[in-house]
Each structure stands twice: as structure tokens, then as C-alpha cells.
Design a protein around this ligand. Structure first.
Ligand code: ADP
Ligand code: MG
Length: 383
């Protein structure tokens, strides 16, 4: 939908023109996977897929939430009542943000809020953070206020924890709030420190390849890995694996005190944190060849030591590795499905995309969905 389309549809649905239009993007994580809860670093970038909210004031105290899909549940929030979660799943992300804004004493009265999104929903590209952050932007714009961007991210993260029931880290909301054109964002998951890292994609493209699968985690997936990381850290005498050195990893691997799984998890986490630190150095020198090698290294480690990849993700990375002009590829996000990313020279991007699509389709009984993206800016007011 173009901006004009959005204005037209808003008028059709509410009988008035929007007073403001805001947006917040989805994201991919370039490197630094399963490092957040180990106190490590992550390196996400905002993508040029985003959620847009058009809004206008109402005469009452009702927030009228108008979703994009006709079959999504249209719902309201009565500001005169305590804001609580309901069975309308998508609106809980919004409710959480409204609750958070009330806690910060941001003045609110009735509004019509219409949501339009180009972020694929539930694919691991953080449509949820885009939904929260765009809501926060709309509320602040209507109130004529601003808020520190990291504070907004924390507010939206809390919404996701308490109202949507997803105990996520801070990455998704932080990058949606803080992304900048042409940059990735290095986030220190212990201190919250944020550093913009140049990621000049003028001669390269980042292909986002959605496997469109989400495998069930029959072994309790994340929780099991988290526990293995924490038990290994405890045995090592460190609070979080972030503090473990490469020498300690060697000692862990050689020791009988650790289970095989603990050894593998430690090797991934410590290696991945180092790869993320190294990625920042090589990106600052615009060295995409070196960055691509780190991407492949990250994928192999997630596949072999962390065991969170799947055949579909592995296949995309395997095909990408045979394509001309590809610097690197890896799964991104939590794993077991979702998306892989492929960094490729701009001139080779179309051929690479076509090859991955064809070989993926020939291997599995469905298509993958691929789009090219570049580091985009974070949440902003459109008008
Ligand atoms: P991801 O954030 O990776 O897309 P999540 O499972 O965290 O996946 O969030 C997806 C959920 O967020 C959807 O099931 C839906 O409830 C909600 N959501 C996100 N964006 C929208 C939107 N534009 N309209 C309605 N619901 C949305
Ligand atoms: Mg999400």
C-alpha cells in the first residue's frame, strides 16, 4: 500500500483523515545468535519492511484498533478501564504498550489506529516488535511527546513479556527503535550499550530467505539449551558464558566434568560472541569477504554445536555457498525454521535468489520466500 492508499483506506474506515502516520521496522540479526541470554553481543539491523500506523483522535476514551486483515479481530481498548490482556492475541502487544505508556504518565485519549504491515508475520523478522514500536510512536506523536529510544525499547519489551507472554531479549525492540540507514547495531546484552556499526550495502544485497517452516521443539528447545549454558557457566565459576575465555573452552571440552551437550553449547556461545566482536572489526573496514566467512562459521556452529538449525535452513546456506558472488550465509533468529540471510554482491543477487528458489523447491515440497533488503532506519514519524 502506498501512503495515499493508507490515507484513503483510513478515511473509508473511520470517516476522517489521519492526523499522523508513523512507522517501525522489522529486523534481521546479522550475527550473534543465542548469545543474548549468555550476556554476549548481538548485531541486528533494521530492514525495509515495516509496520505503519495511521491514527486520528476520537471524541471518546476508546482506542479503536483497526487491523489490516479483514479476518483479524477488530478490537477496542477502553482507557477508562484497567488495561489488561485479553484473548485477542494481536491486540495484546498493543495493550502492553498502552499500559506501559500509562505507567509513564503519557497523556492519552481516544484514537482510531489503523495498522498496515509489510513485515512477514511470525517469520522471525520481528513483526511483533514492529507492532509494539509503531504503537508507541503513534501514542507519543499524538501526545506531542518524545521518549528516549532505549526507554521505548524497554517499554515495548515489557509489553511483549507481560502481555504477549514472550520472554524475549531486548534486541528486537532496540533495533526497531534505534536502527539507522546503512548501519547495524551492536548491542551489549549485559550493559545495554549500543553502538552503530557501518554496514555499507551500496555494492551488496542481503537476501532474506524465509523457509516458511516452524518445526516443533520436541526436546523443549530453547529452555534446554539455556539450562545447559547456565549449568556449564556455574561449573566454570562464571555468572554468564560471556565471561568465559577461549582457553576455558578448551579446558571444558577436555574435561569429564561437563556433559557432551554442555561442551557443545559452550563452544558455540563463546565462539559466537567472538565472531560478533570480529564481525564489527571487519565491517568497520568494509571487509565483506571476512564478514561472509564469519557468517558461515556462525551457521556451522549453530547447526553442529547448538543444534538449532533444520534441513531447510541448511539447504539454503548450502546452495548459497555454491553461488557466485556470495560472501556468506547463515540462519538468523532462534532457529528450527524461520529465515536465513545471504550476503551477496549486488550484481549476483538476482541469479543467487533464482538458484536458491529453484533448488529449494526441487528439494522440499513448497517454496521459500526471498526478498532483498538493506540496513534501514528505525521507527520514525512519516507525517
Ligand atoms: P515475529 O515477531 O517473528 O513476526 P512473533 O510470534 O513474535 O513473530 O509475533 C507474531 C505475532 O505478532 C502475530 O501472531 C500477531 O499476533 C502479531 N502481529 C505482528 N504484526 C502484526 C500486524 N501488523 N497485525 C496484526 N498482528 C500482528
Ligand atoms: Mg517477535
Amino acid at each position: 500500500m502506498t501512503l495515499d492508499d493508507i490515507k484513503r483506506v483510513f478515511e473509508e474506515k473511520t470517516g476522517k483523515a489521519p492526523e499522523g502516520i508513523v512507522t517501525a521496522p522489522g529486523r534481521v540479526n546479522l550475527i550473534g545468535e543465542h548469545t543474548d541470554y549468555n550476556g554476549g553481543f548481538v548485531l541486528p539491523m533494521a530492514i525495509d519492511k515495516k509496520t505503519i500506523v495511521a491514527w486520528a483522535r476520537r471524541d471518546d476514551n476508546i482506542l479503536n484498533l483497526i487491523p489490516e486483515e479483514p479476518d483479524d479481530i477488530y478490537t477496542t481498548i477502553d482507557l477508562d478501564q484497567p488495561v489488561e490482556k485479553t484473548e485477542v492475541k494481536w491486540a495484546n502487544y498493543v495493550r502492553g504498550v498502552i499500559w506501559g505508556m500509562q505507567q509513564k504518565n503519557v497523556p492519552m485519549s481516544g484514537m482510531d489506529l489503523m495498522y498496515v504491515s509489510t513485515v512477514p508475520i511470525g517469520s522471525g523478522l520481528s513483526s511483533s516488535a514492529a507492532l509494539e514500536m509503531s504503537t508507541a510512536m503513534a501514542v507519543l506523536q499524538a501526545a506531542g511527546q518524545t521518549m528516549d529510544r532505549y526507554e521505548m525499547a524497554l517499554l515495548c519489551q515489557k509489553a511483549e513479556h507481560d502481555f504477549a507472554g514472550t520472554p524475549c531479549g531486548i534486541m528486537d525492540q532496540a533495533i526497531s527503535a534505534l536502527g539507522q540507514d546503512g548501519h547495524a547495531l551492536l548491542l551489549d546484552c549485559v550493559s545495554g550499550d549500543q553502538t552503530l556499526i557501518p554496514f555499507d550495502c551500496s555494492h551488496a544485497k542481503l537476501l532474506v530467505c524465509d523457509t516458511k517452516v516452524k518445526h516443533a521443539l520436541n526436546d523443549g528447545g530453547y529452555a534446554a539449551r539455556r539450562d545447559q549454558c547456565y549449568s556449564a557457566a556455574e561449573k566454570l565459576g562464571v555468572k554468564l558464558l560471556r565471561e568465559a575465555t577461549a582457553d576455558q573452552v578448551d579446558a571444558v571440552v577436555a574435561s569429564d566434568d561437563y556433559t557432551d551437550k554442555e561442551k557443545m553449547r559452550v563452544r558455540h556461545v563463546v565462539g559466537e560472541i567472538q565472531r560478533t566482536v570480529d564481525a564489527v572489526k571487519v565491517l568497520e573496514q568494509n571487509d565483506f569477504d571476512a564478514f561472509g566467512k564469519l557468517m558461515f562459521g556462525s551457521h556451522n556452529s549453530l547447526r553442529d554445536d547448538y543444534e538449532v538449525s533444520c534441513v531447510e535452513l541448511d539447504k539454503i546456506v548450502e546452495i548459497a555457498a555454491t553461488c557466485e558472488g556470495v560472501y556468506g550465509a547463515r540462519m538468523t533468529g532462534g532457529g528450527f525454521g524461520g529465515c536465513a540471510i545471504v550476503l551477496v554482491k549486488a550484481d549476483n543477487a538476482d541469479a543467487t535468489q533464482a538458484k536458491i528458489e529453484a533448488e529449494f523447491r526441487a528439494t522440499f515440497d513448497h517454496d521459500c520466500a526471498i526478498f532483498a533488503t538493506k540496513p534501514a532506519k528505525g521507527a520514525c514519524i512519516i507525517e
